[in-house]
Design a protein around this ligand. Structure first.
Ligand code: FUL
Length: 498
């Protein structure tokens, strides 16, 4: 009797089990979703943001009257277009080729800084190159840079300061309709495709260089520029252009780092909160990823003295790890001098950075290597081998509700490794909250390489997350990544080992 009962119990278990397995595995598969694609975890990026993220690293160039008088913000001078006095038309090809040598994939050109001087022949104000000195009137900076970008296969973007410290209409509605919007329209229609438009958040309050006769120069930043309509207008003219402050955010500092925890999720109302800018907001409702802006020297505009502050290639590499390697993009300033070129010292550091990126982050030991996961989403095409197939559109996933999982990459032979790069399939939302990387030479004894929190578009982990030096690395034939917490099932599209 006892035996029979046991038999029945076992039999019923066996009969029920396939149903349970089906119930677990087929949750997301239905007629509308035959591929069992995981449901998105919102917010998710738009196409513009995806291709902006993939640009990863690009430059900008603070250049204008400030270059010739050695100031950063105009310093309350009366507007004088003659201060912009290049002896020859600047060599914008040299700007772009130097940036390319560093590994950059695009350039954002300063078209108007806070002083209000327009580096192109705009119809919106007389304070522009046409009234400048020497070769100034022949100098249409966005034109020259966009041509150079085309020639060197680089993306092209523009920086336009909303704050205009010299325009007499600033702080009045006329400035938006008759000046700012006209400038945006000229830049969006005359120079080809833009990938990014940068609107600086700086606002110097009363800051009218003409001085005391003008009062009431302060504005309400949240409403004055009519951001929502501005965004629509820009996208009508430039559908592939991401807009500063709305589609990407300032990282919260100008020292070249994003938070180790860095969510692309954010809320517009937090745009000015420094800490939030740096780490994002885990449950933020909008996808507004981080952009790190940094100088190659210590000032935004060139001065002779500041050349001695040029950062070394190693320091720039560290900045790269702490920005691109922390789920942000990196925009690096390379200020041209009065001769219209980026100084040699800066070029040397840029080239050095390009070489470091080449030698340290291109030879992927994991490419096409075998990957074994402890759990894989079924049915569907979510195999662990997707992680090393060099295809950004395939990914490994776990089943719904399974917020942890691990996989082992077999490098085939023991290597000395310095960096592990991880990428989530963020088209379906950023998910991972914590992970651990371990290595082994025998697939039995494991040593921790590094632990981290968020991954996002890209996370590059150095040993012990120490970005300060290249170090001696760690011996590894097997690399194990454990996702220890995630908002929903983790989706990992690539892991590279260098
Ligand atoms: C800041 C500006 O005030 C600096 O002059 C520079 O343009 C930098 C990129 O952004 O907020």
């Amino acid at each position: 009797m006892k035996l029979n009962f046991k038999c029945w119990t076992a039999l019923s278990f066996l009969m029920i089990m396939p149903v349970c397995i089906n119930a677990q595995n087929f949750t997301e598969q239905n007629l509308a979703n035959p591929d069992n694609t995981p449901a998105p975890v919102f917010p998710v990026p738009n196409e513009r943001q995806m291709s902006w993220f993939e640009t990863e690293f690009y430059g900008f160039s603070h250049y204008g009257p400030n270059t010739f008088v050695g100031s950063e913000w105009g310093n309350n001078r009366r507007p004088n277009a003659q201060e912009f006095a290049p002896q020859t038309v600047p060599n914008c090809e040299q700007w772009v080729s130097s940036m390319k040598s560093a590994g950059m994939k695009g350039m954002v050109v300063i078209c108007k800084h806070h002083d209000g001087f327009c580096l192109w022949p705009t119809k919106s104000t007389d304070f522009n190159v046409l009234n400048s000195a020497n070769a100034g009137p022949q100098t249409d900076i966005p034109q020259l840079v966009s041509e150079a970008c085309k020639k060197y296969g680089m993306k092209f973007g523009v920086y336009l300061s909303p704050w205009d410290a010299s325009n007499e209409h600033y702080a009045e509605p006329e400035y938006i309709t008759e000046v700012f919007m006209k400038q945006i329209t000229e830049l969006c229609t005359n120079y080809g495709e833009l990938f990014e438009i940068w609107f600086d958040g700086a606002n110097g309050g009363s800051g009218y260089y003409g001085g005391s006769s003008m009062t009431n120069r302060t504005i309400d930043k949240a409403t004055y520029y009519d951001w929502d309509n501005l965004l629509d207008s820009i996208h009508k003219m430039q559908p592939n252009c991401v807009v500063w402050g709305r589609e990407f955010r300032w990282c919260g500092n100008e020292d070249g780092y994003s938070g180790k925890t860095c969510w692309s999720n954010f809320d517009i109302s937090e745009v000015t909160v420094e800490g939030a800018n740096n780490s994002g907001i885990e449950d933020g409702l909008m996808f507004i990823p981080s952009e790190v802006d940094v100088r190659t020297t210590s000032k935004w505009f060139w001065t002779q003295d500041d050349e001695s502050n040029t950062k070394s290639a190693e320091r720039l590499f560290q900045i790269y790890l702490e920005s691109v390697g922390r789920n942000a993009t990196l925009i690096m300033n390379c200020a041209p001098n009065t001769s219209g070129v980026i100084p040699n010292r800066v070029v040397t550091s840029l080239e050095g950075l390009g070489q470091l990126l080449q030698t340290r982050l291109t030879n992927d030991f994991a490419l096409n290597k075998t990957v074994t996961a402890n759990i894989t989403r079924t049915p569907g095409s979510f195999a662990a081998s997707n992680i090393t197939d060099n295809n950004k559109n395939t990914y490994w996933a776990t089943n719904d509700g399974q917020t942890t999982g691990s996989f082992v990459i077999d490098l085939g032979e023991t290597k000395t490794i310095h960096y592990v790069m991880l990428q989530e399939y963020i088209r379906l939302g950023q998910r991972v909250k914590s992970f651990t990387i371990e290595t082994s030479t025998d697939n039995a004894t494991w040593t921790t390489f590094a632990t981290g929190t968020t991954i996002g578009y890209k996370r590059i982990m150095a040993k012990n997350d120490d970005t300060t030096s290249y170090g001696s690395g760690q011996s590894a034939r097997y690399v194990r990544v454990k996702i220890t917490d995630s908002k929903e099932c983790p989706l990992i599209h690539t892991v590279s080992v260098f």
